[in-house]
Design a protein around this ligand. Structure first.
Ligand SMILES: Nc1ncnc2c1ncn2[C@@H]1O[C@H](COP(=O)(O)OP(=O)(O)OP(=O)(O)O)[C@@H](O)[C@H]1O
Length: 285
């Protein structure tokens, strides 16, 4: 597959992300190779795959933290680099020690001037206004001045979203942002990301093990398995045929009340881990 977009223009804008012939090996293993992908502005791409398939490593490549072994990667037309202000990043949730003196408002502040360490915005009032706007965007005014370690996982995650949005990103990289959130907070965080995408044409690369909470939002899926991958709309990739090919074993994909249930057999049960929503939901338990 080759990146779909050619020369940028009003009807063919610069892709938010391009990967061309991208290859990455870690620990002596090729995670993926020959990866071609162009993500257009405003596109929502879910990145799925079992543990260790290279999803987080892909985000690290786009963040400029890990070099490709072959091929190239660009962000809004420019080569990847560390500290790219066009990128908003929501990392995997880490527990925050209650003793850490960082407040929500400080975390969001890093999103405003994090790419300009030691310089900051010229006018403090403008910086404060941007922080306040980002906090308001996620409805976190009530707890923004509280220490992060004293906040619930859902409250912390809202502030991480605010931090990622504060820099006005063209691309949002989200690493399992719904992990360990209850259903209401999953919905809330997914809606915040979706609103950003819709209102600002921000492209979204969303790493997840559970596609169901975001299924209505997803334009395309990038599914990585043991060095193999498929890219396409969910209805073309999340099928028994495609997943059986990727896993080299029988995998059934069922649609139950708008949810995708992935059922593997033999090794696939282990290989699938928590992939793609095969967990029994409350209604199946
Ligand atoms: N710095 C590193 N050095 C060596 N190997 C690494 C490094 N970082 C990651 N890896 C290996 O690369 C592989 C892919 O890791 P990665 O974190 O990208 O997977 P993932 O698909 O995000 O997994 P998970 O679903 O468990 O988060 C793993 O086998 C991991 O051990």
């Amino acid at each position: 597959m080759t990146p779909e977009s050619t020369s940028p223009g009003p009807t063919n804008p610069e892709p938010a992300v391009t990967l061309s012939g991208a290859q990455l090996s870690r620990g002596g293993r090729t995670l993926w190779s020959g990866l071609d992908l162009a993500v257009r502005p405003g596109e929502f791409v879910a990145v799925l795959g079992p543990n260790g398939s290279g999803k987080t490593s892909l985000l690290n490549v786009l963040l400029g933290r890990v070099p490709l072994d072959a091929g190239s990667a660009t962000i809004t037309g420019a080569p990847v680099r560390v500290g790219n202000p066009r990128i908003g990043y929501i990392p995997q949730q880490q527990p925050v020690d209650p003793g850490v003196p960082l407040r929500g408002v400080d975390l969001v502040g890093l999103g405003v001037d994090g790419h300009r360490w030691g310089v900051g915005l010229r006018h403090r009032s403008r910086r404060d206004a941007r922080i306040a706007a980002a906090i308001a965007q996620v409805g976190a005014e009530r707890f923004a001045s509280t220490r992060l370690g004293s906040l619930s996982g859902g409250e912390q995650q809202r502030l991480r979203v605010a931090q990622a949005l504060a820099g006005d990103p063209a691309l949002l990289l989200c690493d399992e942002p719904l992990l360990s959130l209850d259903l209401a907070n999953q919905q809330l965080v997914a809606n915040l990301i979706e609103r950003r995408r819709r209102e600002h044409d921000t492209a979204v690369l969303f790493v997840t093990h559970e596609i169901n909470p975001i299924l209505p939002l997803v334009d395309r899926v990038l599914y990585l398995v043991d060095g193999r991958f498929r890219i396409g709309p969910p209805e073309q990739v999340m099928t028994s045929t495609v997943l059986s090919e990727l896993y080299h074993t029988d995998v059934d994909v069922l649609r139950v009340r708008g949810r995708l249930i992935v059922v593997g057999t033999g090794d696939a049960v282990d290989a699938l881990g928590s992939v793609g929503g095969h967990h029994p939901g409350p209604e199946q338990r």
